[in-house]
Design a protein around this ligand. Structure first.
Ligand SMILES: [Zn+2]
Ligand SMILES: [Zn+2]
Length: 168
């Protein structure tokens, strides 16, 4: 997993560092399905801005996820642009003012990127917005084979004739 050593940056207040990072992204579990980033290593732009009161971190990248469509289980591809932001106060007495991704001067970039993607996922991952899904009767993919099923109940008039015939 990717992390970034902040001691290398040696920033003074007012200074900013921009770094291009290759970030390893783990696969995602979502609604019981597995979504894989393709490629698994994404290129991200990390910006570290040092102020007197604290440090601001921003991470920009775009991720492409592959996995099953929520409705038809066909392949769905999702492209998500991410801009994440974290803050760490210089004297972090307050837990609100510290980022959970900074551990002993190392910024846990993979964990941060993964959480940012998880927050940006839509409610339902679909192969296309108007995916017709699977037929509830026979399970066939309604995108490939649009169809409906005939009502199986017999017309009552025919049922009456049927009954007459049996009486003969
Ligand atoms: Zn679908
Ligand atoms: Zn059907």
């Amino acid at each position: 997993m990717t992390s970034f050593d902040l001691r290398k940056a040696k920033l003074r207040p007012g200074e900013e560092l921009r770094e291009a990072l290759d970030v390893e992204l783990p696969a995602f579990e979502f609604a019981g399905q597995r979504y894989v980033p393709v490629p698994e290593t994404i290129e991200a732009a990390l910006t570290v801005t040092r102020a007197v009161t604290g440090t601001v971190f921003t991470l920009d990248f775009s991720v492409r996820l592959h996995g099953p469509c929520y409705r038809c289980l066909g392949d769905a591809v999702l492209e998500i642009p991410i801009r994440a932001r974290e803050y760490q106060a210089s004297s972090p007495d307050d837990d609100e003012l510290r980022t959970p991704y900074l551990v002993e001067n190392r910024l846990e970039v993979s964990a941060w990127a993964r959480d940012a993607v998880a927050l940006a996922l839509p409610d339902k991952i679909l192969c296309r917005p108007d995916c017709a899904g699977l037929c509830p009767e026979c399970g066939k993919n309604l995108n490939d084979e649009p169809h409906t099923h005939e009502e199986t109940t017999v017309d009552p008039r025919w049922a009456a004739l049927e009954a007459l015939r049996k009486d003969d």
